[in-house]
Ligand binder design. Structure first.
Ligand code: C5P
Length: 221
């Protein structure tokens, strides 16, 4: 039996991966499937929350009873998340947001030219949405949660990232080509700004999602 412990709460979840266009047909993207974010949205709705899911290129069916806002790029994701966060009790940034985007968008498809080397792709920094949300809380006591995909020194890098971003909780996954992305399962450790460390054993993404909400509910109380 699921407790309605998020009843009366508005939570915002970002999911999927941003795509940063180079021209009308090409983009820089990442391997995020959106499954973890969608699991967070489903489980929050099951626990009674009003849920806004900001979805970037996930290609998954809308979860029942959830408001879905579709976005493409990091800049669009920022707009949608900041708007929804204005009256939110908690924001969970599960989306894989591109750290950089191409500096130039070509209005027409980029063409290869005979005998010429291709132009280099110049990148500029995207806004760090998680850091911004954490620094300027839309309401006092709002709980902000980030995700981190690390390939090495998972705990040390996770602690440093938690401090840098200023969020309340950071869900740290170990990733590699064969792990996590697109998979139905996950394994993580959730670091708290209060120094807490909650290991989540290998299991369905729903189980990790429920543990995240358990920790959020405790901080909202
Ligand atoms: O810095 P890094 O990309 O590893 O941080 C991951 C966390 O920060 C995720 O929660 C992601 O949603 C968020 N993020 C963000 N804005 C960015 C980059 C990442 O909100 N530009």
């Amino acid at each position: 039996v699921t407790e309605p412990d998020l009843q009366g709460r508005h939570v915002v979840v970002s999911a999927g991966g941003t795509r940063e266009p180079l021209d009308p047909v090409r983009f820089l993207g990442n391997r995020s499937s959106g499954k973890q974010g969608y699991a967070l949205a489903r489980t929050a709705a099951a626990r009674g929350a009003r849920v806004t899911l900001v979805s970037a290129n996930a290609g998954l069916p809308d979860p029942a009873g959830v408001d879905v806002v579709r976005v493409g790029t990091a800049v669009q994701l920022r707009e949608a998340v900041l708007k929804a966060a204005a009256d939110a009790d908690a924001v969970v940034m599960a989306a894989a947001v591109a750290d950089f985007r191409p500096a130039v968008y070509a209005i027409g498809k980029i063409k290869k030219r005979d005998g010429q080397d291709p132009d280099p792709i110049v990148l500029v920094r995207n806004p760090d949405i998680l850091a911004e949300l954490s620094a300027d809380r839309a309401r006092p006591g709002q709980v902000v949660v980030g995700f981190a995909a690390e390939t090495d020194d998972v705990l040390a890098n996770g602690r440093a990232k938690l401090a840098r971003k200023g969020c309340d909780l950071l869900v740290v996954n170990e990733v590699g080509e064969a792990r996590t992305f697109g998979s139905e399962e996950n394994e993580a450790v959730i670091l708290g700004a209060d120094g807490s460390e909650t290991p989540v054993p290998h299991g369905p993404k729903e189980a990790l999602a429920d543990t995240v909400w358990d920790l959020v509910v405790r901080r909202l109380a």
